[in-house]
Each structure stands twice: as structure tokens, then as C-alpha cells.
Design a binder for this molecule. Structure first.
Ligand SMILES: [Zn+2]
Length: 331
């Protein structure tokens, strides 16, 4: 039984507004950023809720709370998608879920093994809780960059990430067949787990909640802003975007930022932007131009006014430039 299924629109609005206000208060870099009131669940659809981290990077000031976690209340337990970026945030997430339902957490699925999405696992890893991740996340977990990222987090996010912070493995590493999709049912709710590995990380997963037509998209979906591309494989990312369309989600909960109940324009923007990066940087690579020259000569005007342009565009272009060099040399 969904305990707050009868939440009125007004109550939902209030919950959302309170979160916005709490979020704004959190921007003042006060320790309040980690108060439970700053992690109030937002309802995305009938069964799907999420908590929304602050914009920007994980810092000690925002207590590492810069990403989202979603959860689905089934008739038999809660399915959580992502675990946030510190053990304390994972514990807070558990309390936040407790404000919505008394049902136990039974399954946690990790979208990808980047620090801001899975360090909270330490607090969710209890008997009776399954943890699923893509089988390719196993190599990521054991990799040198993952180890050095933990050292960096211990330095930069102290005391929220400290020597007691441990990196938790999945209890089940999910393998996909050629369909790239696994359907499963929990507590009367049908889910589709979608393999989009290689797009943003080596091990990306998306989770689609059938009845609600809600897509939990991890870091492949950005709402009303430019995506952070970095050195992601934009070709694989475009292929992943192609998999979102046929699902025709009514709502998408991204890994960062607010959920969107009008995903089509966001999908179109990300797709068009990735294509433009590939086209312009690809042409520059073929013409043997330097990156600086290519960047200066590219017309960015259609993206320059979008949020995150200043912070992300140059690094996105550079990552794509290097990616196009690799793709050209591999031919
Ligand atoms: Zn990520």
C-alpha cells in the first residue's frame, strides 16, 4: 500500500516548495545542507519519488549532496535507484524514504559507479537488501581511477567521506543479452532495466517503471541545460538516447537536477548538441586543426545562453575533440 498515495496536490506542491526553499537555504553553504529537511522526497509519479541534490559539483559545503536518488514504492518493498555520494547521505536517504512509506528497502540499483551515485551504498547495504549494478561496474569498482577518486573524496569531502568510507560491491552484477534489456516485477510493479553501458560511463543502466511510464535515467539525461559530456562516448550516448524515445516516458528523473514531465525537448536538445559537437570537432580533426583553433571558429551561439554552457561547453568540446581523434585513428 502506498502510504502517501492520497497526498493532495496542495500537499505535494507544499512538499516541493519546501524542498526548493530548503535547497536555496543550502546554497548558503551552511551545515543545514545536510539536514533531513533538505532531503525531502519529491513525487515524480504515482509510485516514483526522488530526492534532488544541489546543482554543481560535490563539495564539503554541500556535504557531497549534488546528485539525485529515486525510489519506487511497490506493494512489497521499495526499489531504490542510486545511493547518493556519501555514507551519511545514504543514511539520510533511508530516513527520507521512511517519511513516504514504512516498507523496507529490498533492492538498490546503481546507475553507474561514479562517486556521487554510489558511496551512500555503505548505509543501505543491509541483510535483505539486494544491490544490482551492470556487470561492467565490477571492473570499474576495482580500477585505479576509482581508487584514486576515493582518496580525492576523502581529502575534498572530509568529513563526509573519511577513512571509514568503503566502496560497496553489488550483490548481483547484471549481464544482458543482445536485447539489452531485462524485465522484472517487484511487488506488482513491472520494471525494465536497460543496458546503456558506454554512454556516460562503462556501466550505465536506466530503469523504466512500466505502469507510471517513469524513466530513471542516471547521468544520460539533462533537463533544460547542456549535458556534461567530458570524454564520454558521444556515439554510444546518441544510441542510448535513441532507446529513450520508444519508451515514451511520461516523466524522466535524471541523475542531477529536476525531473521533467516534458522530456521530448530535453532529449532533442541533448541529441542535437551531441551531434553538433561531433560534427564540428570531427571536421576540425579531419582538417588537422588544433583544438583552440577549432573551438574559436565554432559558432556556439545557439547554446551559449543555456544553463551550464560556461561551465561545461569547452570541456565537452575538448572531450569530443579527443574522442573524434580516437575514432579517426581507429578507422
Ligand atoms: Zn556520472
Amino acid at each position: 500500500m502506498l502510504d502517501c498515495a492520497r497526498l493532495s496536490c496542495a500537499a505535494r506542491w507544499f512538499a516541493t516548495s519546501t524542498l526548493v526553499i530548503a535547497g536555496l537555504a543550502g546554497c548558503a553553504s551552511s551545515p543545514q545542507a545536510t539536514s533531513d529537511s533538505a532531503m525531502m522526497p519529491i513525487r515524480a509519479s504515482e509510485r516514483v519519488f526522488y530526492v534532488q541534490g544541489a546543482g554543481g559539483m560535490a563539495t564539503a559545503a554541500n556535504a557531497g549532496f549534488n546528485s539525485n536518488a529515486a525510489f519506487v514504492v511497490t506493494d512489497d518493498g521499495v526499489v531504490v535507484f542510486d545511493a547518493l555520494g556519501t555514507p551519511a547521505l545514504g543514511a539520510q536517504l533511508k530516513r527520507a524514504i521512511g517519511t513516504v512509506t514504512q516498507q523496507p528497502i529490498r533492492l538498490v540499483i546503481i546507475s553507474h559507479y561514479h562517486a556521487d551515485h554510489f558511496y551512500g551504498l555503505q548505509s543501505l547495504n543491509e541483510p535483505g537488501v539486494e544491490i544490482w549494478a551492470h556487470e561492467k561496474a565490477r571492473a570499474t569498482l576495482e580500477s585505479e581511477p576509482t581508487r584514486s577518486r576515493l582518496e580525492q573524496r576523502r581529502r575534498d569531502l572530509a568529513p563526509h567521506v573519511d577513512p571509514q568510507t568503503r566502496l560497496v560491491a553489488a550483490t548481483r552484477w547484471i549481464e544482458f543479452d543482445a536485447s539489452g534489456e531485462i524485465a522484472f516485477t517487484r511487488g506488482g510493479v513491472r520494471f525494465r532495466l536497460i543496458d546503456v553501458a558506454g554512454a556516460h560511463s562503462d556501466e550505465d543502466l536506466m530503469l523504466f517503471v512500466d505502469g507510471d511510464r517513469a524513466l530513471l535515467a542516471g547521468d544520460l539525461y539533462f533537463s533544460g541545460r547542456l549535458p556534461y559530456v567530458g570524454n564520454a562516448d558521444s556515439k554510444a550516448w546518441l544510441a542510448a538516447m535513441d532507446r529513450i524515445g520508444p519508451l515514451s516516458p511520461a516523466v524522466v528523473v535524471p541523475g542531477h537536477g529536476a525531473a521533467s514531465d516534458n522530456p521530448a525537448p530535453d532529449i532533442a536538445l541533448t541529441r542535437e548538441y551531441l551531434r553538433y559537437l561531433r560534427e564540428t570537432m570531427g571536421a576540425a580533426v579531419r582538417d588537422l586543426k588544433s583544438f583552440d583553433e577549432a573551438y574559436a571558429q565554432t559558432d556556439w551561439s545557439r547554446y551559449a545562453k543555456l544553463p551550464a554552457f560556461e561551465a561545461a561547453n569547452r570541456i565537452n568540446a575538448y572531450g569530443t575533440f579527443l574522442r573524434m581523434e580516437q575514432e579517426t585513428l581507429a578507422r
